[in-house]
Design a binder for this molecule. Structure first.
Ligand SMILES: Cc1cc2nc3c(=O)[nH]c(=O)nc-3n(C[C@H](O)[C@H](O)[C@H](O)COP(=O)(O)OP(=O)(O)OC[C@H]3O[C@@H](n4cnc5c(N)ncnc54)[C@H](O)[C@@H]3O)c2cc1C
Length: 408
């Protein structure tokens, strides 16, 4: 095996963002060598199914690959799996791999994603307590769900609720514990939170809202979750879904500016020349958030990769895409666009009890975000309106019989 290699672009991480930047570079006509290094053994795969049909459906227990097996070689992308980039030396444009090789590069793209946060309370390291970020996590959880009867999900965010829906659909007794007073509090409004809580309750999920976990109890393996008020919830399996931290260790050790993510500009350039960062790990200027922001979505992974590829090709395109996200729980598909955090008003279109519905978020009369439940047709039109920061007449937009396209 050669000990030292040279490449044009070294991509660190082959999740949605890393895989996309390699592909985008080829599509943009980049002719140099591309090396895509990933510490996971599995070739690049889709992450969203891990909490959804991979848990549910034995016939779909493997997450689909992002590209078929032979694609990478055909595209002359050197995919190196099961190997980490251990250190980075930006001034010398060199990296060391965990298998002992060194790589010299012209450009480096950090696409290192995020690490699932772990609980820190007593008992958090007991067997039977899971996080869900990678394929191997999903395989462990799926295996455990084959025998577990009671499942406690800690964290009522997207991943937590998706796991709850999957476990409930498998017939498990499911309890969701959330420290805030409502689920999805970080990402959506009160009506949408209450809608999803109601759906889960109707499916038989039990909630403990506004409670922190003080301990995981069990002899040799987890048997119960103990809440801050002393309540004990029996659990054969515990799934912790309390968010991620951007994976910045490599960048930080290389002296690259990091602050809750690798800090980049609107072309995804980090503080080190010729080192870019994209996807979940990048803290970037975002007009829709009104400042520096980190997005965790497949769409952002792809959008940031497209801009980064052009940056490497010497073009000046700045990132301005509308942030979008989706979640699937039971037979519901939630699609969100924009960032609703600073909304001063909202309008409900459709049936907030049963769906389908959309909630349009406004700030000073302009549309800044939308949440659509089983309403894909409205979603496309809404996303366009957010992109143009359209001014909307509240009374007119409240009339769900009027197509959103009419406001374009
Ligand atoms: C269970 C689950 C469900 C989700 N569902 C949805 C959904 O429905 N819709 C949606 O939009 N988004 C969803 N997401 C979020 C979405 O998957 C992420 O936003 C997306 O994967 C981000 O892509 P990324 O490439 O930035 O990071 P990742 O996909 O996390 O990829 C980063 C890769 O880099 C590797 N890596 C890290 N450090 C190194 C290193 N030093 N050397 C080599 N490799 C390294 C990691 O192991 C990983 O494989 C979900 C996420 C999870 C975990």
């Amino acid at each position: 095996m050669r000990k030292s290699m040279t490449t044009g672009v070294l991509v660190v991480g082959a999740g949605h963002a890393g895989a996309a930047v390699a592909v985008q570079l080829r599509q943009a006509g980049y002719a140099g060598a591309i090396m895509l290094v990933n510490d996971e053994a599995r070739p690049p795969y889709e992450r969203p199914p891990l909490s959804k049909f991979c848990l549910l459906d034995p016939a779909q227990a493997e997450a689909p690959l992002l590209r078929p097996g032979g694609f990478w070689a055909e595209a002359r992308i050197d995919l190196v799996s099961g190997v980490a980039v251990a250190t980075l030396n930006p001034p010398e444009r060199k990296a060391a791999l965990s298998d002992g090789r060194t790589v010299s590069f012209d450009w480096c793209v950090l696409a290192t994603g995020g690490r699932a946060r772990a609980l820190t309370c007593p008992g958090a390291d007991l067997p039977g307590c899971h996080v869900l970020r990678g394929h191997a996590d999903m395989e462990r959880l799926r295996e455990h769900l084959a025998t577990a009867q009671t499942v406690a999900v800690i964290g009522g965010g997207y991943v937590g609720l998706e796991v709850a829906a999957s476990a409930r659909s498998l017939g498990k007794t499911v309890t969701v514990i959330e420290a805030q007073e409502r689920v999805l509090s970080r990402v959506t409004s009160v009506p949408v939170s209450r809608f999803f809580e109601g759906v889960h309750r109707r499916h038989g999920v039990t909630f403990h809202l506004g409670h922190a976990v003080s301990e995981l109890a069990g002899r040799g393996r987890v048997e119960a979750v103990v809440l801050d008020d002393g309540t004990e919830i029996a659990a054969d399996a515990v799934v912790v879904g309390i968010g991620i931290d951007a994976e910045t260790a490599l960048a930080e050790a290389a002296g690259i500016a990091c602050h809750g993510g690798v800090v980049v500009d609107a072309q995804f350039r980090s503080s080190a020349p010729r080192v870019l960062a994209i996807g979940d790990c990048a803290r970037h200027p975002n007009d829709f958030a009104g400042g520096m922001w980190r997005l965790e979505s497949v769409q952002h992974a792809q959008d940031s990769a497209a801009v980064a590829a052009l940056t490497i090709m010497g073009e000046t395109r700045v990132y301005q895409d509308v942030p979008t996200f989706w979640s699937e729980q039971y037979d519901l598909r939630l699609q969100s666009a924009g960032i609703a955090r600073d909304a001063d008003d909202f309008v409900v279109r459709g049936d907030l009890e049963q769906g389908p519905f959309s909630i349009i978020y406004l700030r000073e009369g302009r549309m800044i975000a939308v949440d659509c439940v089983n309403n894909s047709r409205e979603f496309m039109a809404a996303r366009k309106l957010i992109g143009t920061r359209a001014s909307l007449d509240r009374a007119l937009v409240s009339d769900a019989s009027m197509s959103l396209r009419a406001f374009a």
